[in-house]
Design a protein around this ligand. Structure first.
Ligand code: J9Q
Length: 284
């Protein structure tokens, strides 16, 4: 009936997922940091097949909508039975989340809040809908964005990933969680790794001999060893990107004195038309 992934710890975050496609949830949760957290017992995850909570021989989970129209609607009784079974075997959950396009938008602040609860149930709806009476047992209806999906499984995985990363012990290096761009409210600065100089791959594709000699180099400042300069360069890059791509984020960002100063410079440059494109990046 319910498949358990991993062994559990006393302070683990308990997560139950109710779905008609258990395989869609199970496999992804075996990979990466979440997979390791489940193996260690830092996360206690159970996936429940909604069909296991039907009583008829054809294990029917959906039916035609009252009033007519296209598509099928998830029946309420199997969902109620699944929630009751979870409560009996796993305890009363702190929150019951349903992923749906009608939900409020999931944000990093919501992820922070939900990472502090002890037990979350996720109900994965279908595109066509869920019987409205199910909402009586749902404490939060969340959307991950405005696009059409076939079901709530992928949104549930998105929520589980974002929430679990914030649970102490899930991500090995707690520093990268704290420094994560959305936690600071800005986009990330550009990252580079070795080699410091790269022949341009596009040129190879056009001309396999690649006689152009064109290279893509890592910015000199990152090779300089001057950590004060590197920190300032990164701040400027993060602010430039945020200003150009997501200016809406700046309203909610917490900036230190240096960042506020850089932002004033960038805005002044922008309005005078001095700074546009790559040229400016190289000047600073
Ligand atoms: C269940 N499109 O979309 C965005 N966030 C959630 C959803 C969604 C969907 C269909 C079914 C959830």
């Amino acid at each position: 009936m319910a498949s358990e992934i991993g062994a559990m710890k006393l302070d683990a975050l308990k997560i139950d997922i109710v779905t008609i496609f258990p395989a869609m949830i199970e496999q992804p949760l075996t990979a990466g940091v979440l997979g390791r957290a489940i193996d260690r017992g830092t996360l206690d995850v159970k996936v429940h097949d909604l069909r296991a909570f039907t009583l008829d021989r054809h294990r029917v989970v959906d039916d035609v909508p009252y009033g007519g129209g296209p598509g099928m609607v998830l029946k309420p009784e199997p969902i109620f039975r699944a929630l009751d079974a979870i409560e009996v075997t796993r305890g009363r959950p702190s929150v019951v989340v349903m992923t749906s396009p009608q939900g409020t938008r999931f944000t990093q602040a919501e992820a922070q809040r939900l990472s502090r609860v002890t037990h979350i149930v996720f109900l994965c709806g279908r595109y066509e809908g869920v019987d409205e009476r199910v909402r009586a047992r749902v404490t939060e209806e969340l959307s991950i964005g405005d696009y059409v999906l076939s079901g709530g499984e992928l949104p549930a995985l998105v929520l589980i990933d974002a929430i679990s990363r914030l649970v102490p012990g899930v991500v090995g290096d707690g520093r990268s969680v704290a420094e994560d761009s959305f936690s600071r409210g800005l986009l990330d600065f550009p990252q580079y790794t070795r080699p410091a100089e790269l022949s341009v791959w596009n040129a190879d594709r056009v001309d396999p001999a690649n006689t152009s000699g064109e290279t893509a180099r890592v910015p000199d400042v990152l090779l300089s060893g001057n950590h004060a300069e590197i920190r300032r360069w990164r701040k400027r890059q993060a602010l430039t990107r945020t200003l150009e791509r997501r200016p809406d984020l700046l309203a909610g960002a917490t900036l230190d004195e240096e960042e506020q100063q850089i932002l004033r410079e960038l805005r002044a440059c922008r309005t005078t038309g001095l700074q546009k494109g790559k040229a400016d990046d190289e000047r600073h």
